[in-house]
Design a protein around this ligand. Structure first.
Ligand code: ADP
Length: 497
């Protein structure tokens, strides 16, 4: 899940869930407290409204007792002069956060309050001011804060009196108080739980990929690239992990390439030293021979000098090849591409080589099947190097008394295909894919009489590929080899006028 989606969900959850849970808690607590109030005040028709209206609540709580008092006042007013009855009544009222006050004429006859009621007494309504409705009462403010219900009566001795049920208003109904407390606590708990759960959910989504990323970074820091970081998920951090994994793979490839490259370089240095050492040893040997007077006849001397000359040439050729290879390998040979007519170009090549090959007793045949105006874009000089190298190999690895080389140029759609076939010693199937690698020689011994360096075909391959072409070979050991390479034909792009 995307981080953005996760945060949006978290935002709504943190608003909606606490609201819903608080509403549920509200309903639950109110019902519970209403029941508790019904039980403790002996009323049975409490509504949500009475819960929020404490005056009504207070009035209701003493209603039953008050009705009893009204009845009693009608039937036997003198009972209100009986302290035992009054104590009993007061006891009942105390349970409802109220107390009883009885006034006879204008004097206080009984007070159920534990404290002083002097101020309240002065504020009490006069005789006859009472309302007959059982649940009505009056509220007395002025520092007293009391809800007063009054029942008037006339005693047997003719005197008038009133009994008052006084309910302290400042003391909130305890259920209401505990409700407020419970509500506050539950809101805090709900907020904490929702917050915690959301934080855990957000954290788990981020933490797993982050942990993997951290491990991976640690691994790379320690130079270890051999691990796999598989992180699933659509969020941004998982995407980052996958990019990181890709980076690791690339790093690993680069590191492997570097190792390979270093190995090749070491091999190259060892090969060069070996290939240079062989002719140098020979030159040294012949020079020593001359110095020691071994070449004591003019013929011998001539032979020695010629050998020294040939060996020096061999070294020169090797160094040239190496220099060229290192230049071409690092793309330091600038090609000069031009449009070349295939027929003209190969005709010239064959003519040039034909003379040399004829001198060596090798038969050359040449077939060009392309259209007379087929052209390729190529560097004429480097192409000549390619052809000379291939033909040079054919001559070098010729093991038959009668050598034969055939050059064929064919049209294969968008390309021209050049095939150079010889009847030399051929290449074993296992060596065939490797002959284009630098320094690869089928003859494992480097003291080969043919004296190849193993660089020739790698140069050829590089040149052909730099021309956008491909090169490959087919061969049969003992029978001969065919070298193939293709070059893209130049096609005039029609200009729409
Ligand atoms: P070298 O300088 O040794 O000839 P190349 O890169 O030109 O190096 O060739 C690589 C190897 O491929 C040679 O050593 C040789 O064994 C083999 N090879 C190339 N061309 C031919 C061929 N026409 N016939 C037989 N073997 C060949």
């Amino acid at each position: 899940m995307k981080l953005k989606t996760r945060l949006t969900i978290a935002f709504f959850v943190i608003i909606i869930v606490p609201v819903l849970m608080a509403a549920a808690a509200f309903v639950g607590f109110v019902s519970y407290q209403l029941k508790s109030m019904e039980e403790s005040y002996g009323v049975d028709d409490l509504t949500y409204e009475s819960f929020s209206n404490s005056l009504q609540m207070l009035s209701k709580s003493t209603q039953n007792i008050f009705e009893g008092m009204q009845e009693k006042a009608g039937a036997d007013a003198d009972a209100f002069l009986d302290t035992t009855y009054l104590e009993e009544l007061n006891e009942q009222l105390r349970g409802r956060h109220s107390y009883l006050v009885v006034r006879k004429e204008n004097a206080l006859y009984y007070s159920g309050s534990s404290g002083s009621i002097t101020r309240l007494f002065l504020e009490l309504p006069d005789f006859g001011e009472s309302s007959q409705a059982s649940d009505s009462g009056v509220y007395i403010g002025r520092d007293v804060d009391a809800f007063v219900k009054q029942v008037d009566m006339t005693f047997r001795d003719g005197s008038q009196g009133s009994a008052f049920v006084i309910t302290a208003v400042n003391a909130m109904v305890p259920q209401l108080r505990s409700f407020v407390r419970d509500m506050l606590v539950s809101i805090v708990v709900i907020l904490m739980i929702t917050g915690l759960l959301l934080a855990a959910w957000l954290y788990s989504g981020i933490n797993t990929p982050l942990k993997k990323l951290k491990e991976a970074t640690q691994n790379i820091k320690e130079g270890n690239l051999d691990f796999v970081m598989d992180v699933e998920g659509e969020d941004e951090i998982s995407e980052l992990c996958r990019d990181f994994e890709e980076m690791r793979q690339r790093l690993k490839e680069t590191a492997a390439q570097k190792v390979e490259y270093d190995k090749e370089n070491k091999e190259l240095i060892s090969n060069i030293s070996h290939d240079l050492k062989t002719p140098i040893t020979a030159v040294k040997g012949y020079v020593e021979g001359i110095m020691d007077g071994v070449a004591d006849t003019p013929e011998k001397m001539d032979k020695y000098i010629r050998t020294i000359y040939n060996k020096a040439n061999e070294m020169d050729r090797l160094i040239n090849e190496l220099t060229f290879y290192s230049k071409i390998d690092t793309n330091r040979i600038p090609y000069t591409f031009s449009k070349i007519n295939v027929i003209d170009y190969f005709d010239d090549c064959v003519e040039e080589m034909g003379v040399e090959l004829e001198a060596e007793g090798i038969e050359l045949s040449y077939f060009n099947y392309v259209d007379k105006d087929t052209q390729v874009i190529a560097d004429a000089e480097q192409m000549k190097r390619v052809i000379n190298n291939i033909i040079g190999n054919s001559v070098k690895y010729l093991d038959k008394p009668k050598g034969y080389i055939s050059i064929r140029v064919k049209d294969v759609g968008d390309f021209i295909q050049v095939e150079i076939e010889d009847n030399g010693k051929g290449i074993a199937a296992k060596d065939l894919p490797l002959i284009f690698d630098r320094f690869y020689r089928t003859d494992a011994s480097r003291n080969s009489s043919q004296g190849g360096s193993g660089i020739g075909l790698s140069i050829v391959k590089k040149i052909v590929e730099d021309h956008g072409g491909k090169i490959w070979a087919s061969s049969k050991l003992g029978a001969g080899t065919i070298m193939f390479f293709v070059l893209r034909k130049y096609q005039e792009v029609p200009v729409n006028e």
